[in-house]
Design a protein around this ligand. Structure first.
Ligand SMILES: Cc1cc2nc3c(=O)[nH]c(=O)nc-3n(C[C@H](O)[C@H](O)[C@H](O)COP(=O)(O)O)c2cc1C
Length: 348
């Protein structure tokens, strides 16, 4: 972490759709490591995002890629899910889409995206949902880029180590946003502290703790069990530099923050967010869902129809179990506060 110029062991998590160049740069400029999540963008928009972050900070920052295996289209499953959701669209006088699209391209097997990263040369590149090709990891290594990958189990961590990635992000089940599992069917739902300890014991790589860490005491606990740093997402959502909507911010500051749950009904992959009507519809659906990101296409269409009428019943308001502890303050102040709290723990 020192070689990245970090003064504090704090990584602001990449949050596709919520993290921004302004947020990442503010965190890096304050001595942490900021991240931008470009998993939801096409190459052109992703490149603008990365270039904008470069323009806002001379310090290291992280760019995060989605490495999912594209689910095969399944017309029957997709039609059944859309039929199930049709009454929900009707509530807002809207019609469901006639078919679902694969709205996010994976970084795996994506030479234009990989070439963009090698051109833009962010100091850190991280992977979620799996790993890219060995050739891309090697090209990043040769370019002097530090790589990180998310593991939710020892098995995934060993694959990350074997692939020559530099750092493991140990994501516990407390975490907000998508579970980084390579295969969601194999999810063991380990908690952050247990996972960090297992990975520290059985791998040779530095381990970053992610999930439910909201303050200096949480950071100290993660460091105490062997993490080299923490990755915090939910704690940064209320920063003015994030792209969170007013409705998202209001919900995170309400009692709704006490009720988070993991659902695949919003995107097609399990993710933790504040429980809403779409979570509940998912729980009541007795059949197999279509794949990721096809389910997201339906969820976004439903959210668009509902939000136009002031409802966030179907929103992807991701948040971790620590959500009620989120604080609204500028990112630089939050990093300074976390560092101060961490130092106070060290002195105690
Ligand atoms: C709103 C939101 C969006 C997220 N998007 C991403 C993403 O694009 N890529 C990624 O690797 N992780 C993403 N995550 C997960 C984080 O990397 C991290 O695992 C998580 O935020 C840690 O848990 P915490 O939210 O309790 O701090 C996201 C998390 C949140 C809260």
């Amino acid at each position: 972490m020192a070689r990245l110029g970090m003064q504090h062991p704090i990584i602001q998590a990449p949050m596709a759709g919520t993290s921004t160049p302004q947020l990442a740069a503010a965190v890096s400029n304050a001595g942490g490591l900021g991240s931008v999540g470009i998993g939801a963008y096409g190459v052109e928009q992703a490149e603008q995002h990365v270039a904008q972050t470069h323009a806002l900070t001379a310090r290291a920052f992280n760019v995060n890629l989605f490495c999912h295996r594209n689910a095969a289209a399944d017309v029957q499953r997709e039609a059944a899910w859309l039929e199930y959701l049709a009454p929900e669209f009707e509530r807002f006088g809207a019609a469901p889409p006639t078919a679902l699209r694969c709205i996010y391209a994976s970084a795996v097997g994506n030479p234009p995206l990989q070439a963009m990263l090698l051109r833009q040369r962010p100091q850190v590149v991280s992977f979620h949902f799996g790993l890219p090709e060995a050739s891309f990891i090697e090209a990043l290594r040769q370019a002097g880029t530090t790589t990180m990958a998310c593991a939710t189990s020892l098995d995934e961590a060993l694959q990350i180590q074997q692939a020559g990635v530099d750092v493991i992000v140990a994501q516990g089940m407390e975490a907000g946003g998508h579970r980084g599992c390579f295969d969601p069917e194999q999810d063991r739902l380990l908690s952050s502290l247990a996972l960090v300890q297992i990975l520290v014991r059985h791998t040779r790589l530095p381990v970053v703790a992610a999930g439910g860490i909201m303050d200096g005491a949480g950071i100290a606990a993660a460091l105490q069990v062997g993490a080299c740093a923490v990755q915090m997402g939910t704690a940064f959502i209320l920063c003015p530099e994030s792209a969170a909507s007013p409705a998202y911010r209001a919900e995170l500051q309400s009692d709704r923050a006490y009720d988070t749950g993991i659902t695949a009904a919003i995107s097609g992959r399990p993710a933790r967010g504040m429980v809403n009507r779409l979570h509940l519809l998912g729980r009541g659906y007795g059949q197999a869902l279509p794949g990721y990101p096809m389910v997201y296409d339906a969820g976004k269409a439903l959210h668009q129809a509902a939000s136009a009428q002031g409802s966030s019943d179907y929103a992807a308001h991701w948040a971790g179990q620590g959500a009620p502890l989120a604080r609204a303050m500028p990112a630089a102040d939050l990093v300074a506060t976390l560092a101060r709290e961490l130092n106070a723990q060290a002195r105690a």
